[in-house]
Design a protein around this ligand. Sequence first.
Ligand code: OGA
Ligand code: NI
Length: 363
Amino acid sequence: MDTISPVTQLHQEASAPRLQITSAKTLAESSNLTSIPSHYAFTTPTSGDQAVHADHDDSIPVIDFSLLSSSNPDQRSKAISDLAKACQDWGVFMLINHGVPESQMKGTVDALMGFFDLTEEDKNKFLGKHVLDPIIYGTSFKASVDKVLLWRDFLKMMVHPKFHCPPKPEGLSEALAEYTGELRKLARELLKGISESLGLGPGYIDEAMNMDSSLQILAANLYPPCPQPELAMGLPSHSDYGLLTILMQNDIGGLQVNHGGKWVKVDPIPNAFVVNTADQLEIMSNGKYKSVLHRAVLNNKTTRISIPFSVGPSPNTVVVPAEQLVDGKHNQATYISMNYKDYLEFKQSRVLNKGLCPSQVKI
Ligand code: OGA
Ligand code: NI
């Protein structure tokens, strides 16, 4: 799998680490900002890399969660085969009728927006050093070493098996505990369907990935308006590390997925989640469901927030291709086995847009 990112100079070791790094939000709010500072500009031309809207006859699949949990066997098996097609052909789908209350979704967006409104001093208490720190606030990707900075601020929290959350703003912890509890249930049901869609028993993934102690990370990406959105980047092309990512966003577009070599815009649908396949699912399915490449672009008008919930195996699970999907002849195991925690560290140590995981763990 090759990345098609225009961002070829990103994340090389900078000769001297920047001491003072400003958040994208502070920069965007500084008065009279009409152009971006030079260290946010990508120099590689982006021509030929423009995103398109999905075709009418080949658009991002929509999965109706209520059908997946239907007691009508025909409805359910149709939903499972739609799910198989979505995972195999796209690696991304919109999830509707998922049962998570709208008020809870909105409460979570507002509470996380509130975090970014705290003072830099409050937020900087969570400046993280290591991928496995339980709470990390930062800007760009790894701001101390990124050669070109990304126009985004982020907060990442491990919310399972143990729940972590900053104490401020008031109400954040309650909102996130409730929201992530709902998503945990949703993810488990989805993985049951995905397990079946691979021809495995519904409980296969749950058991093999030790989902009782699944590592779940909730993040929030804040993309403030950028005066030159075509020159800067929100998040360059990458794949996600877990099994699945369930993403909520406000109504501002910016997410794009790679489909058949083209970048396709993911237009937000109100109250729907965007679900994408990630690296551990690619490994356990022995490449049947590829981890989809995606990126986030910017705009010059409105702040966009996206809130991805990453669902992974338990930290100590050694992820291997499912035996039933491997035989000695046509379908040999094509990935090395690796414990999930080590995989995370391995992936985080790579240059983001050159992070060819999981193909780097191919045999
Ligand atoms: C991510 C991600 C997409 C977005 O955080 O891994 O892909 O739309 N975010 O912000
Ligand atoms: Ni991602």
